[in-house]
Design a protein around this ligand. Structure first.
Ligand code: UD1
Ligand code: UDP
Length: 377
């Protein structure tokens, strides 16, 4: 069997690495197609190296652009490679423009699509990711929702066949790398941080960074933080801060260290040892609950409601008072801190990658890995 992986951004590399590894362990050589949606060393290559992925077979160098430019360019280039390589299945992961491009290009060539992390819904159609998720799920033949809740989202949209709840491969990634990170990374020493003595911050999502008003609210929140904080900054945020004339304000906040985006081992170590995490990232909301670190999410909705229901995550949006109120409570109320930190991980046991490889190999052997004319037969 010849599985093709189409990916192009930081979280896709991290979350697909365990699936790539599972195929290799079963004697199957995967075909790796990198769209180049992320291209800086610290947004892409560092992860390929740290996670020891085999060499990329096709670098498509799509780069940045408007939504349509990026998606369209990626589609054209992915189609060419798929026509030449004729894989048996195309795996995509998550909700980026790369995913939408990969899914559309593949299904139209009648190469079945397997969607890893299917069924997530924020129920906010103004997010580019929400459109990508819905369309990718409907173009897919085999769907791997991480949880029962995400499976139900698919069912509500009429997708009930070839749906397998397998857990989220982020658990595999964390379990495979957290111990190595603890031993190898010297990030705490490099930044002069004490374990549990700082808040880890990330924010990059379009709704928080593309509007001057929202980005200003984020900056005001950072200025009001009374604790030591670290912010490994996504290039999108850095560019917008400069564009809106806000960068000087951020770089002069005394308690705050802003760094470039970090490699996975350094970042995992920073997460594990943080007092709390403030983020608008999807993957980091997941990692926080896996690692037992309270998470305050800088959004008004989440496609990971399981983390909120389990008690490990609170949505604070860009509401400064609400965010600082929760941080204060975490500092003062030990019982509250313990409850958030010990919230159960809803994303499975770290064997999602293996399950995905097994299921696809089984479908392939049975001759059932193909695009059917109707889902409802
Ligand atoms: C994308 C995904 C988002 C995901 C995120 C992971 C979409 C619609 N969004 O957002 O869901 O959470 O990746 O990090 O697919 N840039 C660089 N260097 C890079 C990459 C980007 O400087 O290597 C800058 C460019 O100015 C670019 C901007 O960041 O225009 C945004 O990049 P893009 O890939 O369009 O979206 P992300 O914000 O990274
Ligand atoms: N991450 C990293 N270095 C960083 C920031 C994030 O390695 O400086 C990892 C993080 O551990 C998680 C993933 O990148 O696994 C999340 O990616 P991101 O926040 O860019 O995207 P999202 O998950 O929101 O789509």
């Amino acid at each position: 069997m010849k599985p093709a992986f189409v990916f192009g951004t930081r979280p896709e590399i991290i979350k697909l690495a365990p699936v790539v590894r599972a195929f290799i362990e079963r004697g199957v050589e995967p075909l790796l197609i990198h769209t180049g949606q992320h291209y800086d060393y610290e947004m892409s290559r560092v992860f390929l190296e740290e996670l020891e992925l085999p060499p990329i077979d096709h670098h498509l160098e799509v780069g940045s652009g408007t939504q349509a430019e990026q998606t369209g360019k990626a589609m054209i280039k992915i189609e060419r490679v798929l026509m030449e390589e004729k894989p048996d299945v195309t795996l995509v992961q998550g909700d980026t423009n790369t995913v939408l491009a990969g899914a559309l290009a593949s299904v139209k060539l009648k190469i079945p699509v397997a969607h890893v992390e299917a069924g997530l819904r924020s129920f906010d159609r103004t997010m580019p990711e929400e459109i990508n998720r819905i369309l990718a799920d409907h173009a897919s033949e085999v769907l791997f929702p991480p949880t029962e809740e995400t499976r139900k989202n698919l069912e509500r949209e009429g997708i009930t066949e070839n749906v397998y709840v397998v857990g989220n491969t982020i658990v595999d990634a964390v379990l495979q790398n957290a111990e190595v990170a603890e031993k190898k990374s010297s990030i705490l020493e490099r930044l002069g941080l004490e374990p549990k003595g700082y808040v880890l911050i990330t924010a990059h999502r379009a709704e928080n960074t593309d509007s001057r008003e929202n980005l200003t609210r984020l900056v005001e929140m950072l200025e009001a933080l009374q604790m030591r904080a670290v912010y490994p900054m996504h290039p999108r945020t850095r560019k917008r801060l400069e564009e809106f004339g806000l960068w000087e304000r951020v770089s002069s906040i005394e308690n705050l260290t802003v760094t470039k985006p970090l490699g996975y081992l350094d970042f995992l170590k920073l997460e594990k040892n943080a007092f709390a995490i403030m983020t608008d990232s999807g993957g980091i909301q997941e990692e926080a609950i896996i690692l037992g670190v309270p998470c305050l999410t800088l959004r008004y909705n989440t496609e990971r409601p399981e983390t909120v229901e389990a008690g490990g995550n609170v949505l604070v949006g860009l509401e400064k008072e609400r965010a600082l109120g929760y941080l204060q409570r975490l500092l003062e109320d030990r019982e509250f801190y313990r409850k958030m930190a010990e919230a159960p991980n809803p994303f499975g046991d770290g064997k999602a990658g293996e399950r995905i490889a097994e299921i696809l190999l089984e479908l392939y052997k049975k001759g059932e890995l193909k695009v059917r004319s109707s889902r409802f037969i």
